[in-house]
Design a protein around this ligand. Sequence first.
Ligand code: BGC
Length: 244
Amino acid sequence: MLGIDVGGSAVKAGRVDVAAGRLLGQLVSVPTPRPATPASLMSVLGQLVDQLPAGGSIGIAFPSVLKRGTAYTAANIDPSWIGVNAAAQATADFGRTVVFLNDADAAGLAEMRWGAGRDCRGTVIMLTFGTGIGSALFVDGRLFPNTEFGHLQMNGRDAEKRASAQVRTRERLDFPAWIERVNEYLLAMYQLFWPDVFILGGAVSERFPEFAPLLRSAAELRPAQFAGQAGVIGAALAAAEAAA
Ligand code: BGC
């Protein structure tokens, strides 16, 4: 199965063994076009589909609320995506069934099936720290889709505008300064949802050992295991499940 993850800075694609939850070969990564309009992004997606021949349907992890293939929000992509039935358009363009789902939901599916959450029951919240903050909520292993916890209001602003990985880089925050913001966010989330486990993902989670001693939370904290690959693997899994 082909999995694709559309991020704020890069579009990543890879062939995935959906029985084992691992990539077959290398991940291909291309810069996200600017502006990331439906036309420009569809053309990049088409190139990736051609470059990575694979059978069956295609799963695409996308930074938006998605219902039945239609995008409802566009925090970190071009607003012209709102109202577009991305799945119908891609299915027509690529001649194969294309499934779109929220990027953090995709990453969470991969982590819950094969990664950091594979033995977790109860309430699990996966958070991805990247251009924004993505979220995926699981109760006893079942996904409650399209949560947008990165937009939780903190001090009158979206949490992702204070605590995403992009903000850390842009404001040149060291780990203590950034983690102070992350801890405030985790506390606000904990008080609302009482999760048993937080899984922390996004590329920055590869540096978990460096900042783990600074993290504070009443819920158990686990680093994501697939880090930058979770979206691709989870998107392929969602496509496989939709096909089944
Ligand atoms: C978007 C979410 C997305 C997250 C991570 C947020 O700004 O609203 O839909 O999951 O960024 O990309």
